[in-house]
Design a protein around this ligand. Structure first.
Ligand SMILES: Cc1ncc(COP(=O)(O)O)c(C=O)c1O
Length: 383
């Protein structure tokens, strides 16, 4: 199997697994216990959180450990907007957000909130003027993803933060797809609430971070999970030392290897796109230009004339890619992101997404192209 679906998840790096193992075997103490084993685990967690804070350039006391970006998004949006001292009832977000934001917003509507989704341009970039127009005196929060998981568009997050803060509104950003692909600086970007997930960054699944505050503004959260009072009562439950230590190692590797991996990964993407478009006529790129700084390294999304992405995917046993966001694959609808950038329903269904990662090689890409072309020829209508 050639794995080209790194926006869905990434393999846990062997160096990450190695740092995790002792914390699942001999060092199994509960980090909330007062005895030596507990204290050892608690100190290791503190160190790991400091590493994470350094990597994403955030204040360490703003970090809340969660089960992943879905929970981080829930805690950010529900937690901040439903805090008893927060009286405003309007949230602004974007049509191309991940379901881990859009579904929370749908739920907030049921709780009496007004939600406005702003539009994006043809390359998926959020329309800043539209955000400025729809913020009103009742707006509690703006939630805009840092980078899109389907078409790789990177949003101008510093500009959005400035716009929000000029109007006294909190900014939440889902930064799940950033780590390992682009530099992230939470304090420098002035985002108030930022969501991360370890399994998108060569770390373990089921663990993530919400950064609640960057030192500039007070962010009050109403906890969404109670019982035990861990993490200053903001998110109860026994912390998982192995997963947190693994996440820290994964984040650290992402930062250390970013510069060296970016050009390599983009060269592999160019190889995949150029070879496929030579062999299959009529492919059209979705999202920003491949050489644009607006696009995440390694991301490729295109439409294939005449066949459904899903049919191609099923016909290609030995290459892992995707027809859109993996999390929305249970829904039969075509990608809401592709629809939002203007593709009609059938073109959206004729689209596929690839995400190239740290471990992919030129040989793998050549083999993947052969296999993709072979399966395309088997199912293509002109055959
Ligand atoms: C942009 C984005 N947000 C949130 C999530 C959900 O992350 P997790 O699996 O950590 O809950 C994903 C995963 O696909 C994602 O790509």
């Amino acid at each position: 199997m050639i794995y080209l679906d790194h926006h869905a998840t990434t393999p846990c790096d062997a160096r990450v697994v190695e740092t995790m193992l002792p914390w699942m075997t001999e060092k199994f103490g509960n980090p909330h216990s007062d005895h030596a084993m507990g204290r050892e685990a608690s100190e290791a967690i503190e160190q790991a959180l400091q590493t994470i804070a350094d990597v994403i350039e955030a204040p360490v006391d703003s970090l809340i450990v969660t089960s992943g970006a879905t929970e981080s998004n829930n805690l950010a949006i529900r937690g901040a907007c439903l805090h008893p001292r927060q009286k405003k009832r309007h949230i602004v977000s974007v049509a191309t957000e991940h379901p881990a934001v859009l579904d929370v917003l749908e739920d907030m509507r049921r709780d009496g909130f007004r939600v406005t989704l702003v539009s994006v341009g043809a390359d998926g970039t959020v329309d800043l003027d539209h955000i400025a127009r729809v913020i009103d005196d009742d707006t509690a929060m703006v939630s805009v993803m840092w980078a899109n998981n389907e078409i790789g568009t990177i949003n101008p997050i510093e500009l959005i933060a400035e716009l929000c803060h000029d109007r006294g509104v909190l900014l939440h950003s889902d930064a799940t797809q950033t780590l390992g692909r682009i530099p992230v600086n939470v304090i420098g970007s002035d985002v108030d609430l930022t969501s991360f997930s370890a399994h998108k960054a060569y770390g373990p699944k089921g663990i993530g971070i919400l950064v609640a505050g960057n030192g500039n503004r007070r962010v009050r959260l109403r906890p969404q999970i109670v019982g035990g009072g861990q993490q200053h009562n903001l998110r109860s439950g026994t912390l998982n030392p192995a997963a947190i230590i693994g996440m820290a190692k994964a984040f650290q590797l992402c930062k250390e290897e970013l510069a060296a991996s970016t050009d390599r990964i983009n060269a592999l993407r160019a190889q995949l796109w150029n070879k496929l478009s030579q062999k299959i006529t009529g492919l059209t790129l979705n999202g920003p230009a491949l050489d644009s700084s607006l696009r995440l390294p390694g991301n490729l999304n295109f439409s294939v004339p005449g066949i459904e992405g899903e049919t191609w995917l099923v016909a290609t046993d030995d290459v892992a890619f995707s027809t859109g966001s993996a999390c929305s694959n249970t829904k039969a609808e075509p990608s809401h992101v592709l629809r939002a950038i203007g593709l009609n329903e059938s073109l959206a269904r004729q689209s596929v997404r690839f995400g190239i990662g740290r471990h992919n090689t030129e040989d793998e890409i050549s083999l993947a192209v052969d296999r993709l072309v072979m399966s395309y020829e088997e199912i293509s209508p002109g055959r």
